[in-house]
Design a protein around this ligand. Structure first.
Ligand SMILES: Cc1cc2nc3c(=O)[nH]c(=O)nc-3n(C[C@H](O)[C@H](O)[C@H](O)COP(=O)(O)O)c2cc1C
Length: 325
């Protein structure tokens, strides 16, 4: 029997399949079921920085998104911080797999003290879902990146448990950004988050929401970066996210250097039972290729370990265009 054990954020996972932060991990019952079905770890549904501020009585700063602010205030009433801490505590009492807390944030303000409460509640690690959408032409890129660095620096001072940062793909120099997160104390990085995005209804001429769930082809966005980052920032642990829908997707990300993969859309679309199928598919592939452990093939095809690393850099469809006229 192949050994699927992996180490992510210094935590021992019985296999690399982590259930992503979402409604799939919002109750102890769901988390117990995910453990029974074979999950290696879970990331709890996120708390919002704004929730923490609102409940701590800190003034919410004026925001250009009043609708979002109303939503947060409403949401806070039915999802208190205390409930979140209880979810961590109860989940830790009920399952043996690691339980990672999650916070959506955009600033390094007072909310960061809550990291201590999360640690005291027993969480094994914290995932920081940091996202800021720059829309101001006068704001220099460095200032936007500072935001990410300030959050990790501040949270690192508040807690001793491992911290990972879940980011999007749009950085001028992603390798440098992730290196900077690492030197400021990030133990891991989740590559990449998939954000809510707008769409347009052309009949009603209204902005609507784009498709919420990913598809397997979305793996193309992260695979290249997992391959490069696992070489260039080699001591940061990578959890590959977005578009992993099957055993093949998970295997590709591990071959590229990921320590773990996160699953979300596939479990919403196909049911949480799909976890066991993906795990079995990884095991059978390992059997076919005579790999006894994840470490035997992890990173085998990353930027460092392939004969021609420029295949990871190639971005233009030169060959494709010349043969598809
Ligand atoms: C319904 C739904 C709820 C989500 N909620 C959260 C959340 O609370 N916090 C978070 O960091 N990501 C959240 N996400 C993003 C997922 O964790 C994940 O990063 C994203 O869906 C990409 O992975 P996938 O391709 O496996 O779906 C959510 C996604 C979905 C579809």
């Amino acid at each position: 029997m192949a050994d699927l054990t992996t180490h992510y954020l210094g935590l021992k996972l019985r296999n690399p399949l982590i259930v992503s932060s979402s409604g799939l991990t919002s109750t102890v019952e769901k988390i117990k079921q995910l453990e029974e079905l074979g999950a290696g770890a879970v990331v709890l549904k996120s708390l919002f920085e704004e929730q923490i501020k609102a409940e701590a009585g800190l003034m919410l700063e004026p925001t250009p998104y009043p609708e979002a602010q109303d939503y947060i205030l409403q949401y806070t009433k039915s999802n208190s911080l205390e409930e979140y801490l209880q979810l961590i505590e109860k989940a830790k009492q009920s399952v043996r797999i690691p339980v990672i807390a999650s916070i959506n944030c955009i600033s390094a303000s007072e909310w960061t003290s809550f990291a201590e409460d999360i640690e005291n509640a027993g969480a094994d690690a914290i995932e920081l879902n940091i996202y800021f959408l720059p829309t101001d032409k006068d704001s220099p890129s460095e200032k936007n990146e500072e935001l990410y660095y300030n959050v990790i620096t501040k949270v690192r001072k508040k807690t001793r448990i491992p911290v990972s940062v879940k980011i999007g793909m749009h950085f001028t120099n992603l390798v440098k950004t992730i290196h900077n997160l690492y030197v400021r104390g990030a133990n891991g990085v989740v590559i990449f988050n998939r954000f809510y995005a707008p769409d347009i209804d052309i009949d009603k001429m209204k902005i609507t929401a784009a498709e919420v769930f990913s598809s397997p082809s979305d793996i193309r966005n992260s695979l290249r970066w997992v391959g490069i980052i696992s070489d260039q920032v080699e001591n940061i642990d990578i959890a590959a996210s977005t578009g992993v829908h099957d055993g093949a997707g998970a295997i590709k990300q591990i071959l590229a250097g990921a320590k773990a993969v996160q699953l979300c859309s596939v479990l919403y679309k196909k049911g949480v039972e799909k976890l066991a199928v993906i795990k079995n598919d990884i095991e059978s592939w390992m059997g076919q290729h005579q790999f006894d452990s994840i470490e035997e093939f992890r990173g085998k095809l990353n930027y460092r370990n392939i004969p021609d690393p420029t295949v990871y850099e190639r971005s233009q469809f030169m060959k494709y265009f010349s043969s598809h006229v």
